[in-house]
Design a binder for this molecule. Sequence first.
Ligand code: PMP
Length: 327
Amino acid sequence: IQWTEEEGWHDARLQPYGPLTLDPATAVFHYGQELFEGLKAYRQADGSIVTFRPYANAARFNTSCERMAMPPLPEELFVRSLELLVDTDRDWVPTNVDSSLYLRPFLIATQRGLGVNSPSSSFMFVVIASPSGAYFTGGIKPVSVWLSEDYTRAAPGGTGAAKCGGNYAGAFVAQSQAVREGCDQVVWLDATEHRWVEEMGGMNLFFVYGSGADARIMTPALTGTLLPGITRDSLLQLAPDLGIPAAEGRISTDEWREGNASGELTEVFACGTAAVITPVGRVKGTNGEWLVGSGEPGPVTMRLRDELVGIQYGERTDSYGWIHKTA
Ligand code: PMP
């Protein structure tokens, strides 16, 4: 779907997958005015195809648009575009367990011109789809994380809460450092003190305190520098209904290490569309290296994972209105 100042959103088209032809002077190539979303279409037990909270993605997309000086897309148009694509590609939605059709809506600035001071006045919204297999094969495997002090993902007033490509471009170097340190993923800290935990490379983080009937969960509050994950928001609603109190707060890397050592902090997990919930098993930073609990997936992590995956695949009742029948 194209957007221009004169016509607004127009020229919606469904076409076979293939290359886009763009002028080398197109704004997005030079100034990175781009943003995207990510969500999945699932095939449920009864054969219907659904998406998970697409209106939440539409709302986040429009918040990102505002931050990136791009035109918002009416939520209905965003969701209709997904429905049309999924319905057309319905045979591409995998049938095997834990598989899905990944949907990638994105918006780019298409005006030609190299002047940095003239914001683009034309944009293009595109959605592509790609079948995606199970994230974990052969059982759930906890990830190890590197606490990044050398690099900052997002600073106050920056674009951290928007899902724009530049946030990820600036993150690759820290992810490479994490791998060099023998870890799977980078954990971002705040820009000022480099000690408050924000989020993982592509997932939000939750901390589990206590165990059994006393277990409660906490996730870093949305300070404007981390992405407001839809899985994060879903867990904040779901956990209390399962008897697990959930809060937003903050935790420093020292508190993480000390809480782990004292046994007060029992589990840590990351959450996002791709893997839903991933246990964090090992942590490494300049303040030390430690196993989270036993290093194995914990019971609270697995319980929340089962519930959320159960809702997505239609095995559990969705009492939240999260499941959107798409095709
Ligand atoms: N943080 C970042 C930086 C991400 O890229 C993602 C994935 N979109 C998330 C968190 C998790 O968000 P969601 O639950 O909406 O997938």
